[in-house]
Structure formats: C-alpha cells, structure tokens
Design a protein around this ligand. Structure first.
Ligand code: DGY
Length: 348
C-alpha cells in the first residue's frame, strides 16, 4: 500500500498500523509511505531486505522483527538514517549495530503505560478470581447451582502486591493495585522510584486524613525479598542479558505456594519450562502471562494448566495507545529525516 507516491522521502512501515494520523504526519512532510501488507505475521530478515531495496530513508518496524547488523547495514546502504520500533521494548533491536551504521533508533514509551498496567491488573484479577476457568465452566454447561466451594479464589484487599521493575509501567500498575484494591506494596528496582514513592506517600496521607485503614509499602533490598513476601508479583524489567530467566526454578520455589505471578514484560524473563513444572506441582500457584519465551509458541504443557491465564501479547492493545504508538514511531522517523529531534531514543 503506497501513500503520497511522489513524496521525496521513502518511509516503510513493515506492518499496517492503526489509524491514519501517523500516515498523514509523514505524507504532510513530503514522505512517500509504503506499508507492507505481506500476510505472514512475522517478517523474516529477507522479507525486510526486499522491502528496504536500493533506496529507503526510514523504517517503522515491529518487535517481532530481528533488527540487527544485516538490516541496519542494508538500511544504511539504501541511504536510511532512521528506524523506529513501534514498541517501548527494544530487545529485538541491536542499538550498537544501528549506531555503527549511523541509523538513529526510536521507541514509543509513555503512550502505553496505563494500557499495559491495566492489562497487568486485569490478569491479576483474572488469576486471583479464576475468571477464565469459571467462564469455561459456564460455557461447558457445567453450572448446576450455587455452591460454597465453587471457584473460590483470593481476596486482593490486604494482601501484598510485589512489583519488580518500578519504572513507568510498574509504577502505574502498583498505583492501580494499591489504590484500587487496597493492597500493601513491596517493590524492587535498581534505580530510585521517585514517581511511585511520591504516590504511596501521598496516598498514605490521604487514607490517614480520611480515617481509613492504612496500606503499608516498602522498597525491598533484593528481588528475592519481593518474591518471598508478595502475594501477587508483577514483572516489569526490560529484557537484556541480566534479566534473562530472572524467574527460574529456584526463585519460583521461593515464592508463596498460593502466589500469583504476572508477566507483561518479555517472555524470556521467565524460565517457562520451570514455570510449567511449578504450576503442575503447585495447583494453588497461579500465573497471568501476556508474553512467552518462544513467542508465538507456548512451552509444552502450559496450555493445559488451569492455573494459568494466557493472552497473546496484548498489553498495549487499546485503540488510543496503539494509535499513539504508531504516531510516535512516525515522529521518530520523521524527526531524523527532517532534522527535528527524534521523539524518543533509547540511547538517551
Ligand atoms: C512494547 O511496547 O514493548 C510492548 O511489548 C508491545 O506494546
């Protein structure tokens, strides 16, 4: 699909993206926009090389693509100086290779914070209240009357939510769980979590002023402290060498037997084989997963686990957010082409 065929700058989007605002932004600034409509969900390096061709000024790509040395050198040879992932995560992008070939890299933080945190909260509730199991039970026609023991789950109020990685998304999630469900909070981050601390301090004062029962909160001195103390744990680190299999067999065994683990970050942060084993032997342990180690596949056995809620990497999938992500990705590429500042650059 081609927009503004006579545009001076050739910008490629490897996938159709929601809305038209991002297209207008580019075409209004003399870009010819080419949108790849190949049916395969995940484009190979060869597919993308063919798209780049001999001349290309910038590319908007997706987290499913492997943006490494091969693609950045090809983009650079084609005269391209700009690449943006339509994602906040950029573990699929070799930023060093991009730098080496003079290609600026952008990502799309900010617009997906609340949407992603809302999905993490949804998975927490779905796991705690066994919503998917109960839904399947209803649809199978198995409900034949109210019972005291039917789908008994966990009450979140008064339990402890643990957040690993208190950046934008982790902090928004923590706020939702503390304010929405009166959970106590324990969190771990390598950096200062000023935004989160300001919120919990102010919220504590608000509860006190209104004579309500206070919630407690603390910064953990290690990740293991969070795993041992929390009832619901949500993972929000970036994926890199240091966070690969952060949650492994040993760490799973350190968690409470009835804990809930949520992952809306990246699949390889959790050792999924160890997780499946853990779910098998601990039926009261529950998990809510948006991401998978070998996406789009699940490790054998995971799909059979009643104590797992699984969704296909949809944490940022609200209309507002996805249109925002497309717009930011377009702005990033446009910025570099036209010499405006790149809106968001993971190097900064
Ligand atoms: C991201 O942006 O990194 C999410 O995984 C997809 O929205």
């Amino acid at each position: 699909e081609v927009w503004n065929p006579s545009g001076k700058y050739r910008v490629i989007s490897t996938k159709p993206m929601p809305g038209t605002r991002w297209i207008r932004l580019l075409t209004d600034q003399d870009c010819r926009v080419e949108i790849c409509t190949l049916k395969n969900t995940i484009l190979s390096v060869e597919d993308i090389l063919a798209l780049i061709g001999d001349r290309c000024d910038g590319v908007i790509g997706q987290l499913t693509e492997d943006w490494g040395e091969v693609l950045f050198s090809a983009l650079s040879r084609a005269g391209g100086r700009a690449f943006s992932n339509m994602a906040v995560g950029y573990n699929n992008v070799d930023v060093e290779a991009a730098n080496k070939y003079g290609v600026a890299v952008g990502n799309t933080p900010g617009v997906l914070t609340e949407t992603t945190a809302e999905l993490a909260a949804s998975l927490s509730l779905a796991a705690a209240r066994r919503i998917v199991e109960a839904d399947e039970f209803m649809r199978a026609g198995l409900y034949d009357g109210w019972l005291p023991n039917l789908f008994v789950g966990n009450l979140l109020k008064g339990q402890t939510v643990g957040v690993i990685g208190a950046g934008r998304i982790g902090s928004a999630y923590a706020r939702m769980m503390v304010e929405g469900f009166k959970m106590n909070l324990i969190y771990y981050d390598l950096y200062q979590a000023t935004r989160l601390e300001k919120f919990v301090t102010a919220y504590g004062q608000f509860l006190k002023a209104n004579g309500e029962q206070p919630v407690t909160w603390k910064r953990a001195s290690s990740m293991d402290e969070v795993l041992q103390e929390a009832d619901v744990i949500s993972l929000h680190p970036i994926l890199d060498k240091t966070t690969y299999h952060l949650i492994n067999k040993e760490r799973l065994s350190n968690m409470k037997k009835e804990a809930i683990l949520i992952n809306c970050s990246r699949g390889p942060v959790v050792d999924e084989v160890a997780l499946v084993e853990h779910l098998k032997v601990n039926p009261m342990f529950r998990v809510g997963l948006d991401v998978f180690e070998d996406e789009p596949h699940m490790k054998p056995g995971l799909a059979d686990m009643k104590n797992a809620v699984v969704v296909p990497h949809i944490a940022s999938a609200s209309k507002w957010t996805r249109e925002g992500m497309a717009t930011l990705a377009a702005l990033n590429v446009l910025g570099k082409i036209k010499g405006y500042p790149v809106w968001s650059n993971p190097n900064n």
